[in-house]
Design a protein around this ligand. Structure first.
Ligand code: PLP
Length: 428
């Protein structure tokens, strides 16, 4: 089939806008009349620096990221790499804060005896170091498991587990009053949109909001599968990150948006020697935010092509929506509403998997229960869909069912086509 015949609902990598790809294809052969393709130019060139800086600025404009307070980093290693990076860097920041407090207690860095400092820090680590994870689906579970793997279970708190209130399955956000938040945790982690389970936080969790005096938990969010689709209260976060391959661009870059107070001069990562004495891990250098920030994302070779594609997607969004992310948010909500309404109209044929209070606008997960034979009905549904050019609808291998990934590049007509099929199939 031709590209124009298909609406691809795959969960990621996702559909990219055709005009962006056409421009990128040309840029691969000859970037701006330089005779060299964009993937061939040096990442150290002025041209590469411009591409990075423009993409950073456009991202900040589109999402209203306060540029004075946040650093945008282009990294590699995907969302999975950020599960590890967030642990390493924020545990390092926690130790740096405790180190400063211990030195103060012991009369300042001149007076303090090194062995006494290390002993005091060891005690603090043993009694106070905690990382909190709100687990609402497969990806936050993986992030939690990575923290346990890197640090050991004694430091990692399963603050909420959505499966406990929902018959052992994901599909609901646990009541925030039941979250067991630690005091002064090194981080509190949540995944804003769970791609596999179709669960999205309806809004920023109020339990994590900063207090009136501006203090509050150190919040980390994985926004890999819903970023750029709705307004984010950036200031409530110390770190948010997302892989490019859903709403931003092509697979190969990951964005971390980090509050500058976690970087020098406010916080400097502890020395590897000190971390070793405390029995805590240090990051591989490519995952150390301080190093990435200091080098404007170019400590090592970065795929400038992928940053370019992301930049072009942002330019397209900015030119399509004068009111920036709010404009895209309205479209995203409308598309999700069209699909969910079609499903809700036939409860005897379709079962929407997650609870209504936590339904994702981006990954719409449902079962076909017609005649009670789910497998057969779902196969038939997928076959019909493919015949109409609606592809990529098979659910994640771990949960089965149907999943319509309704990312930004799915046009309104794409959502309408799917809704029509949902209606027609229910009658067939
Ligand atoms: N977080 C979320 C919400 C995801 O959907 C994914 C991948 O689909 C990841 C993290 C992992 O990303 P990556 O495959 O880039 O490591």
């Amino acid at each position: 089939p031709a590209r124009s015949d298909i609406t691809y609902f795959g969960a990621g990598p996702a559909l990219l806008p055709t005009d962006v790809l056409e421009k990128a294809a040309q840029a691969l052969l000859d970037f701006n009349g330089t005779g060299l393709g964009i993937a061939e130019h040096s990442h150290r060139s002025e041209l590469a620096a411009n591409i990075i800086n423009e993409a950073k600025a456009d991202l900040a404009t589109y999402l209203d990221i306060p540029a004075a307070d946040y650093e945008v980093l282009f990294m590699q290693g995907g969302g999975t790499g950020e599960f590890s990076a967030s642990v390493y860097n924020l545990v390092g920041a926690w130790v740096a804060r405790q180190h400063a407090a211990v030195l103060k207690d012991l009369g300042g860095s001149e007076a303090a005896d090194e062995a006494a400092v290390v002993a005091a820090l060891r005690t603090k680590v043993e009694t106070d170091l905690k990382l909190d994870y709100i687990v609402t689906g497969g990806w936050s579970l993986k992030a939690y498991q990575e923290a346990v793997r890197l640090l050991g279970p004694e430091y990692v708190n399963l603050t909420a587990d959505a499966r406990l209130e929902n018959g052992g399955k994901f599909g609901k956000i646990p009541d925030q009053a039941s979250w067991k938040l630690s005091k002064d945790a090194a981080l509190v982690y949540y995944c804003d949109n769970e791609t596999v389970d179709g669960v999205e936080f309806p809004e920023f969790p109020s339990a994590l909001a900063p207090k009136a005096d501006g203090t509050g938990p150190i919040v980390v969010a994985d926004m890999s599968s819903n970023v750029l689709s709705r307004r984010i209260p950036v200031a409530n976060h110390s770190l948010l990150f997302f892989g490019a391959q859903k709403n931003l661009g092509s697979t190969g870059v990951t964005v971390a948006v980090l509050k500058k107070t976690f970087l020098p001069p406010t916080i400097t990562q502890p020395s590897p020697a000190l971390m070793r004495k405390l029995g805590l891990p240090i990051p591989p250098i490519v995952l150390q935010y301080e190093i990435v920030a200091k080098n404007n994302s170019l400590y090592n070779t970065l795929s400038i092509f992928d940053v370019y594609v992301a930049g072009q997607v942002l330019k397209k969004l900015l030119s399509t929506f004068p009111n920036k992310v709010d404009g895209q948010q309205a479209v995203a909500e409308k598309k999700a509403e069209i699909i969910y309404s079609a499903l809700e109209a036939h409860p005897d044929v379709y079962k929407i998997v997650p609870d209504k209070t936590a339904r994702s606008r981006m990954n719409i997960c449902f079962r076909v229960i017609k005649n009670g034979t789910t497998d057969e009905s779902e196969k038939a549904f997928l076959k019909e869909a493919t015949g109409l050019g609606l592809t990529g609808l098979k659910g994640h291998r771990s949960v089965g069912g149907i999943r319509a990934s309704n990312y930004n590049s799915i046009p309104l007509e794409g959502a309408e086509k799917l809704a029509k099929l949902i209606e027609a199939f229910s009658k067939a």
